[in-house]
Design a protein around this ligand. Structure first.
Ligand code: MBD
Ligand code: FE
Length: 262
């Protein structure tokens, strides 16, 4: 971000907030209350959570205007770079007793003109069956349900993971307390996170949501968009279980990505 751009937006933000303070007759105590909320969110490690819930989707939408490739979605507060590189067949790292139904996430990656993008790096992360993220929330092995894998020569990928539940923002932290005052619930619909990288194309950060799932129409972060919501197919017939060598019902979800040239 250039200094010139920073000057333009910060000066406008300053003017906007001065008008806002005047309009609401904000007292010095109230002003302190607001700055204390920001500081306490940092102390609690919730600063990006708090800000993302309110503002990240709007900024992400700006990048989707007039976009011809797949929509991007918010990164969210829980991305960690450096997830383990997986070997095919791709199965994300998980505990022996990992909760949640098995989920196969597959699709293909192309450029905006439909050319298959072999060897695209997919950096994947999601919540576990308790709605918690490894490397963030305590008591989970590092890199659990996180990993990097690649598309094949035809641009296709498939990874085995578990079906995540909705994510609930901690109720008792600064973000949760503010949401309570606003009378909002604390949930994001179940989602998968992914970043796609291929040289010559723009990196894509996205999220996949499941049709008909809880909170899909009332995401606390207001980040669900058309084009990111896909059907979840339940597989439980004898032949479907046999095809995957599983003894229990599982799910499949498919999503095809298109990347924008650099
Ligand atoms: C999440 O898991 C998330 O993805 C976002 C965007 C905000 C809060 C929690
Ligand atoms: Fe998330």
């Amino acid at each position: 971000m250039s200094d010139e751009r920073i000057k333009t937006v910060v000066e406008d933000l300053e003017r906007t907030l001065l008008v806002f303070i005047r309009k609401h007759q904000i007292t010095h105590d109230e002003y302190r209350h607001a700055t204390d909320l920001l500081v306490s969110s940092i102390t609690a490690g919730e600063d990006s959570l708090l800000l993302d819930v309110f503002f990240a989707a709007e900024a992400t939408d700006i990048g989707n205007l007039g976009r011809k490739a797949s929509p991007q979605a918010i990164e969210g507060p829980f991305y960690v770079p450096g997830a383990p590189a997986l070997e095919p067949p791709y199965i994300v790292p998980q505990r022996p007793n990992e909760g949640g139904d098995p989920l196969y996430f597959s699709g293909c990656v192309t450029g905006a003109d439909g050319e298959a993008l072999a060897c695209t790096e997919m950096d994947f992360w999601q919540a576990d069956a308790d709605g918690l993220y490894s490397n963030i929330h305590p008591g989970i092995p590092d890199w659990n349900l996180r990993g990097r894998f690649r598309t094949d020569a035809q641009g296709r990928f498939e990874v085995k993971t578990i079906l995540p539940p909705p994510y609930e923002i901690p109720k008792n932290g600064p973000a949760g307390r503010l949401l309570s005052v606003l009378g909002r619930h604390f949930f994001r619909p179940a989602h998968l996170h992914v970043k796609l990288r291929h040289s010559g194309y723009k990196e894509l950060t996205s999220q996949i949501y499941f049709q008909g799932s809880d909170y899909i129409d009332s995401d606390v972060a207001n980040a669900v968009r058309d084009g990111l919501v896909v059907p979840l197919r339940r597989k439980d017939s004898a032949s479907e279980l046999a095809a995957r060598h599983l003894q229990r019902a599982y799910w499949e979800v498919r999503y095809d990505f298109a990347l924008m040239p650099d």
